[in-house]
Design a protein around this ligand. Structure first.
Ligand code: F3S
Length: 416
């Protein structure tokens, strides 16, 4: 199928607006035609995943530099995923020098393209916040799931480099989740709980949903209470990691799923999955790949912790010091860290032995140099990627269990 271009788009393809825009157009046409798009549509913002040398490698760095050398410039607000190493203290974080050199080259290249250097996977907290029905081109899986599910914006899960092309042109192929008919629910998730979910149950639910749904669109009914945005971010991140969920309709929460009928949009559920407290407990058990009591690092902030979550850690610690046997690292973006500093929380946490890792995360920064064998986290996404990216066995628990474990120096679990 041939994609139909507007005269303005044809002009770009003809090279009349420079080589970078021509190249971006050629790539978007190839991608769009590959997915059966008939046209390219305007998008309001982009969020990039060409952000860390750990995943970009030399080829990604060189590609970004080449596009910048060609004069590429973003024409819509374009934010970016976490930095590939601690942005404040990469040497203190034991980042290999040669890695740091490449990370800085990548940073220089995306800066030349005009990125808004938020270096976070939660751009929707104040940096890049689409509204209901808005078309955007984001590529961070957890942010894509949040944008579609919670905000009701429309985005596919873009790939690295393709996202740069979208940012340069302010366009994306009109396929998949940009189309109303492709956003209709496919699988009914019947949540049978007699109470609102507890905080740890959101990532556990997301983790299991990702495994069960793959890339299908689930419609969740029976979610009692009003989850906060942090709980929804944890749910979306886990579902996007263990599966490739890009949109969940949570009836009563997702803007286009006010009712079950609206969520399915005329589709009949191809499957119904019932979820009980027992299923959540079994999922939690399976998320723990480490069955012993020892733990080396408690890693919080996947996706990046908000200021509310940092405050909750301070409250849970309540002046108690972290055990000498365990590290407790919190990953957050610059805005949350600045607020924690202003509020005196950072100083307090650091005096108790907590380390704030700036604008990066455990998964996309080098961590092997620390020799950690067991990592504990409250994140379903971190549980999924930890073994592969950090080389650790994983323990999953609530933030309370994570903090208590860091204080005790061994895995502490609460009766659930
Ligand atoms: Fe964000 Fe890193 Fe987790 S990018 S979602 S903190 S893996």
């Amino acid at each position: 199928m041939t994609l139909q271009l507007t005269p303005e788009q044809q002009n770009i393809l003809d090279g009349n607006e420079g080589p970078a825009r021509k190249l971006a157009m050629e790539i978007l046409i190839k991608v769009g035609e590959g997915f059966g798009a008939q046209r390219l549509i305007p998008i309001q913002s982009v969020h990039l995943v060409l952000h860390a040398y750990k995943s970009a490698f030399d080829a990604g760095v060189e590609a970004a530099e080449r596009i910048a050398d060609m004069g590429g410039k973003f024409t819509v607000p374009t934010t970016i995923d976490p930095y590939g190493m601690d942005a404040e203290d990469w040497e203190g974080a034991k980042t290999p020098k040669e890695y740091a050199v490449m990370q800085k080259r990548l940073e220089a290249a995306v800066n030349r393209l005009g990125v808004i250097p938020v270096w976070t996977c939660t751009p929707y907290y104040g940096f890049n916040m689409p509204i209901f029905g808005e078309n955007v081109a984001w590529s961070e899986s957890s942010a894509v799931a949040f944008a579609n599910t919670v905000l009701g914006a429309r985005t596919n899960r873009q790939a690295a480099i393709v996202d740069i092309c979208c940012g340069i042109l302010g366009l994306a192929p009109e396929v998949g989740l940009h189309l109303a008919e492709e956003r209709r629910g496919q699988v009914l998730i019947d949540l049978r709980m007699d109470r609102a979910l507890q905080a740890w149950e959101y990532p556990a639910l997301g983790f299991r949903l990702g495994q069960l749904l793959g890339n299908r669109i689930g419609v969740v009914v029976g979610m009692l209470g009003t989850p906060d945005t942090e709980e929804l971010k944890a749910l979306c991140a886990a579902a996007a990691a263990s599966g490739s969920v890009a949109l969940l309709h949570i009836v009563g929460i997702t803007p286009e799923a006010r009712t079950l009928e609206e969520a399915f949009g005329g589709n009949h559920p191809e499957e119904t999955i019932t979820f009980t407290k027992k299923d959540l407990l079994e999922t939690r058990e399976k998320m723990n790949t480490h069955k012993g009591k020892n733990v080396d690092i408690v890693a919080l902030g996947c996706p990046h912790y908000t200021i509310n979550e940092i405050i909750s850690v301070q409250k849970l610690l309540n002046g108690r010091k972290i055990s000498d046997n365990v590290a407790l690292w919190i990953y957050a973006n610059s805005a949350a860290i600045a607020l924690a500093e202003k509020m005196g929380i950072r100083k307090d946490l650091e005096s108790l032995g907590v380390t704030i890792r700036a604008q990066t995360c455990m998964i996309i920064s080098p961590i092997a140099e620390w020799g950690f064998k067991v990592m504990m986290t409250d994140s379903g996404k971190c549980v999924h990627y930890g073994p592969m990216e950090c080389g650790t066995e994983m323990v999953f628990g609530s933030v309370e269990e994570c903090v208590e474990s860091a204080v005790c120096g061994y895995v502490w679990t609460k009766e659930v």
